[in-house]
Design a protein around this ligand. Structure first.
Ligand SMILES: Nc1nc2c(ncn2[C@@H]2O[C@H](COP(=O)(O)OP(=O)(O)OP(=O)(O)O)[C@@H](O)[C@H]2O)c(=O)[nH]1
Length: 421
């Protein structure tokens, strides 16, 4: 079964505090558990990850919980931080374990790369895999979306699984006024731009107020402008300014500009309380998974290739820089600042850079010593030096590759020192 099962979709739930994110997670988790119970051989229960370090208790069981590896209260105390700083630092600490987290997710949710053991037992079906990975995020949405660790977590996830954002919206509160609605939409856009992942807008709490008005405001800007005018008139009647100034015209123009953005989104109304709309949500997830594979994956791969290219370029630069440094430090080979101009095109005599350089230079001047290579120049040295530099360059490159990039300069320097004896 597992070999024919599609890769599970990762659903990352984001939303403002109080939007009903946790209740929504609980609802979709319960839905997937029911599907599993109905057909245990085709799909495993969802794999659940809690990324909210500050949550006291979650009404569902998590397979990976940030709270198991980071103690949020302790982090706040130790680093003397407030609540948001505590969440951010906890996420940072957790993201340092991203390799382990991804290893675990891949092990549990992707088909095994090893061939299944040869067995004559045909009665036991192969183990099924989860169809979805659910991730709950901190209510302080900005801490997750705009932090480096949030980015690391999201991009690592998207590099192994089709990843979809579910942006949960408190429908009754958001449609209470056009300005609240617009603020929430702008927030959703900024997340879309930042994460560059497909997004589903989940209008939650439809048992209190359905999503009809919100969807109308999104699809028909004239309806939004009519609602805006009605609001202004109401305020004017109460003796206020009606926001007729910049606010009204800003919201007006915004509604026109946002049309393109709205077209990129899937919209569903859900009641996490009653379970209404949950099937429609999963249909939207399937649509977004296809969109991810069609549009986002090639873009992700292109970005990854660019990154690899950049890394290779940086490695090359680093090698050149270190070769330059070698010119400073390889006095023994006559390739340093003591080398005279014309010695194989290497660096000419330069000013001292450190106190010990000054002492050495003074000592040399006192002795009236010449560069030994230069004195004994036969022409052979130049060839030797080219060979020497070539072999060094190769060793630098090998060292840099082995250590994963220019960040490992110190390590590489040690390596060179060691190999030079
Ligand atoms: N009527 C109704 N209430 C809901 C629904 N979903 C959530 N709520 C209520 O909304 C409130 C907030 O829900 P939570 O799930 O705690 O919201 P959250 O976004 O996780 O909040 P934080 O934990 O602060 O991030 C709770 O009182 C829920 O009972 C819904 O579909 N309908």
């Amino acid at each position: 079964m597992s070999s024919t099962q599609p890769t599970p979709v990762a659903i990352v739930c984001v939303g403002m505090a109080g939007s009903g994110k946790t209740t929504f997670m609980q609802r979709i988790n319960a839905h997937l558990h029911t599907l599993h119970q109905q057909s245990p051989s085709t799909t495993a229960p969802p794999y659940v990850v809690n990324l909210d370090p500050a949550v006291r208790s979650v009404p569902f069981e998590s397979n990976i919980d940030i709270r198991d590896s980071v103690n949020y209260k302790e982090v706040m105390k130790q680093y003397n931080l407030g609540p948001n700083g505590g969440i951010l630092t906890s996420l940072n600490l957790f993201s340092t374990k991203i390799d382990q987290v991804m290893g675990l997710l891949e092990k549990r949710c992707l088909p095994s790369k090893q061939p299944p053991p040869q067995t004559t037992d045909t009665t036991t079906p192969p183990k099924s895999l989860p169809s979805h990975i659910l991730l709950d995020t901190p209510g302080q949405i900005e801490v997750f979306v705009w932090s480096a660790s949030g980015q690391i977590l999201l991009s690592s996830l998207a590099s192994s699984f089709p990843t979809v954002l579910a942006y949960i919206i408190d429908t009754p509160r958001t449609t209470a006024s056009t300005s609240t609605f617009m603020s929430n939409m702008l927030y959703a856009i900024s997340i879309l731009y930042k994460t560059r992942l497909p997004m589903i807008l989940v209008f939650n709490k439809t048992d209190v107020k359905d999503e009809g008005e919100a969807v109308e405001w999104m699809r028909d800007f004239e309806a939004f402008q009519a609602a805006l005018r009605a609001e202004e008139e109401e305020v004017e009647m109460r003796g206020g300014s009606g926001g007729a100034g910049y606010m009204g015209s800003l919201l007006n123009s915004m509604s026109l500009v946002l049309e393109e953005f709205y077209n990129a989104l899937s919209v569903v109304g859900v009641s996490s309380m009653t379970g209404d709309g949950v099937e429609r949500f999963f249909e939207a997830v399937e649509g977004k998974r296809q969109e991810f594979e069609r549009e986002y994956q090639p873009e992700l791969e292109r970005r990854r290739r660019d990154m690899d290219g950049m890394k290779a370029e940086m490695r090359e630069k680093e090698v050149r820089r270190m070769m330059g440094d070698m010119g400073v430090s390889s006095k023994a080979k006559g390739t340093g600042k003591y080398a005279k101009s014309g010695n194989g095109g290497r660096i000419a005599k330069e000013g001292p850079e450190t106190v010990s350089d000054v002492e050495e230079m003074e000592a040399d001047e006192d002795d009236g010593l010449e560069d030994p290579d230069h004195e004994m120049g036969t022409g052979m040295e130049e060839e030797d030096d080219v060979e020497f530099e070539e072999s060094l360059k190769k060793r630098y490159e090998d060292a840099l590759k082995a250590s994963g990039g220019p960040a490992a300069t110190v390590k590489s320097a040690e390596y060179i020192r060691r190999t030079q004896g």
